[in-house]
Design a protein around this ligand. Structure first.
Ligand SMILES: [Zn+2]
Length: 273
């Protein structure tokens, strides 16, 4: 193990830097998708003076620290959020590669990394605009299809916690398990309690996670969302808020610890099982 340490340091450094660079692109998505702007055209520019940001000032995390969070030409503050998104994506990639046996399930690890990136976009975009981009949902749906056909990662699909070698049944049920109840809430509340974006998001994520993961994601979203809603109402008296960010948090936690959490819950509820 000790002689492998240098290799691990190299791999993890690469994963972190790669994650930070993807994080940089996520910032572009979060900012431009709601405005339906092209993701590839035009370079980034300062929000205050409009000056194009130079290539040397576009290094993820590092540039923001060197410039102490200020525009090089006009000195206007640059939101720390850009760096937060880059660092968050980098740390999540590290966590996934660290957590999964990458040698055993490399495709699953890569798909979970991409899922996390999509969830970061959903979190911040929905937080800002109360919108979930259809492009991001379609991206997650493609990940779910890849997981469906190619991933050999074993999911728990039975009540007794047995590992089934047919996770596609679970994924198929996961597609509807949370999205259909959310759709009913959306229709009954005429879109006030839930948006159609939340419904599509949980259809795509449910298909990725399988039924157990989808239910855990919803459970976590309800808890974190309620707490956030109470805090927000207390602070601003505003009861309108986006549910998508909390669904993203739930899906992210379910993607990593879904199996442990469902085992814990089943052992707790059915101790003799
Ligand atoms: Zn500027």
């Amino acid at each position: 193990m000790a002689e492998l340490l240098p290799y691990y340091i190299v791999i993890y450094t690469f994963v972190f830097l790669f994650g930070a660079s993807i994080g940089s692109f996520l910032n572009v998505c979060i900012y431009r998708l709601p405005k339906e702007e092209s993701l590839t055209k035009r370079n980034s520019h300062c929000m205050t003076c409009g000056e194009e940001i130079k290539r040397r000032d576009l290094i993820p995390i590092v540039s923001w620290c060197i410039l102490k969070g200020k525009c090089r030409s006009c000195g206007a503050p640059i939101s720390p959020r850009y760096t937060v998104v880059e660092t968050l994506n980098a740390l999540l990639y590290l966590a996934v590669f660290f957590y999964y046996d990458v040698m055993q399930y490399p495709l699953h690890a890569i798909l979970v990394c991409l899922l996390f990136s999509a969830l970061i976009v959903v979190f911040f975009m929905d937080w800002d605009t109360q919108l979930i981009s259809n492009y991001v949902v379609i991206f997650i749906a493609i990940l779910a299809v890849l997981e469906f056909f190619f991933s050999d990662y074993p999911y728990i699909t039975t009540m007794s916690g047995n590992v089934s070698d047919k996770p596609w049944v679970s994924q198929l049920i996961g597609l509807f398990a949370v999205s259909v109840p959310l759709l009913l809430i959306e229709l009954l509340s005429k879109g006030k309690a839930m948006g159609r974006g939340d419904v599509y998001l949980m259809a795509a994520c449910g298909a990725f996670l399988g039924v157990g993961g989808a239910l855990i994601a919803l459970f976590i979203a309800l808890i974190t969302g309620s707490v956030a809603g109470i805090i927000q109402k207390h602070k601003s008296g505003d009861s309108v808020f986006a549910f998508g960010p909390w669904l993203s948090v739930g899906v992210a936690i379910a993607a990593i610890w879904g199996q442990q959490l469902s085992n814990l819950y089943l052992n707790f509820t059915f101790p003799n099982n």
